[in-house]
Design a binder for this molecule. Structure first.
Ligand code: KG4
Ligand code: ZN
Length: 355
């Protein structure tokens, strides 16, 4: 048997109860229980409902992960848990469960950053992350460009994960969800827009590219803005409805998706080129988008930049990503977190490991 560390990771920052088990960079189990259907009729995640669902799902999901991996809890060498950012009550369920496991098993606890986990998960699929690499992190709550020199966070905040830019308003996933709602598509909207857009024409409507004018680029070269785009889509749909003509949902979805992906890819490649970085990693729920993946591949190839994107199931929230980052903490000999580790709903992306 390998002597690489066996790590169990727990993720509860939003509506997915995720428990992953890895040995080093090998994925052994990735059990996810989602409460998404309980939120769908509200058009967004209801924090209290999510917390309660985590409580109910936690023990069965841990059990399912252990069964799949063919291990007993006593075999685990370390416990990792998302301690932020995310919904406070939801995070607390994961943090309390992880502390209980760490304490009862007598194993070290690593409180890790959800956003860094979205980057680290790629190691399970494509091997060690090149350092430095440029990470485009696009999820329901965040959109950032990060220069990553040490995914475990280096020797202090900002040293291992350095933000080059971020959204100044809506996150990319949030824009997908809001536009989907406008088009009468179910929550969460990203996968539905992705699906519907395949039948549409991406150049049918010329929607705006946020923060891309010459003037904006002077101040916001690596930042994103999606709220103007969302408003432009709303105005376009309203104008069409006023005429009594049907809304061409597939064309609107495809043109909107193209506007988002065009800006994300252009800025990510500009950031990588400006730093002389040859590896672009794309992570977070929106990285599951088929057009984003294709466009990034196509444009990066022309610049000699390699693209790494985890498979869609590892892009959306899961426990394997937390276990992957935890295993990297163990491998690099990082000091475990204290057992009085708090949940931190607004944890900055630069704080990769809790003290
Ligand atoms: O990373 P994630 O699972 O949760 C957060 O940390 O926020 O990301 C969820 C977001 C949602 O906004 C969802 O609509 C979006 O990722 N998403 C997608 C796709 N799959 C999920 N957006 C576009 N295309 C997709 N295929
Ligand atoms: Zn996430």
């Amino acid at each position: 048997m390998s002597d690489e560390p066996l790590v169990l990771g727990i993720e509860t920052s939003c509506d997915e109860t995720g428990v992953g088990i890895v040995r080093g960079t090998t994925l052994l189990a990735d059990a996810v229980a989602s409460s998404v259907e309980e939120h769908a009729r509200f058009g967004g995640v209801v924090p209290e409902v999510a917390s309660r669902a985590h409580l109910e799902a936690m023990v069965p999901t841990i059990q399912r992960a252990c069964d799949t991996a063919g291990i007993a809890l006593a075999d685990v060498d370390a416990i990792a848990v998302t301690h932020g950012p995310g919904l406070a009550g939801a995070l607390l369920v994961g943090v309390a469960s992880a502390k209980a496991l760490a304490l009862s098993l007598g194993r070290p606890l690593y409180g890790v950053n959800h956003l860094a986990s979205h980057v680290a998960v790629d190691q399970l699929e494509h091997g060690p992350l090149p350092e430095p690499c440029l990470a485009l992190l696009v999820s329901g709550g965040h959109s950032s460009l990060l220069r990553v020199t040490d995914i475990t966070g280096g020797e202090g905040p900002g040293l291992g994960v350095d933000p080059m830019g971020a959204t100044i308003d809506d996150a990319a996933g949030e824009a997908f969800d809001k536009v989907a709602r406008l088009l009468g598509l179910p929550f969460p909207g990203g996968p539905h827009i992705d699906r519907v857009a395949r039948e549409g024409d991406q150049v049918a409507i010329d929607f705006p590219r946020g923060l891309s004018s010459r003037r904006d680029l002077e101040r916001h070269r690596f930042d994103f803005s999606f709220s103007g785009l969302k408003t432009a889509v709303a105005r376009w749909v309203e104008a069409r409805e006023r005429t009594g003509e049907p809304v061409p949902v597939a064309d609107v979805a495809a043109s909107f998706q193209e506007a988002v992906c065009d800006v994300l890819v252009r800025k990510a490649l500009d950031a990588a080129s400006s730093e002389g970085i040859e590896d672009l990693m794309i992570g977070g729920g929106v990285a599951a988008n088929s057009r984003l993946r294709a466009l990034a591949e196509e444009r990066a190839a022309k610049l000699g930049i390699r693209v790494r994107v985890p498979r869609p199931g590892l892009c959306t929230d899961n426990g394997a990503m937390v276990a992957a980052l935890g295993a990297e903490m163990v491998a690099r000999g990082r000091t475990p977190s204290s057992l009085d580790l708090p949940a931190d709903s607004s944890l900055p992306v630069t704080d990769v490991l809790a003290r």
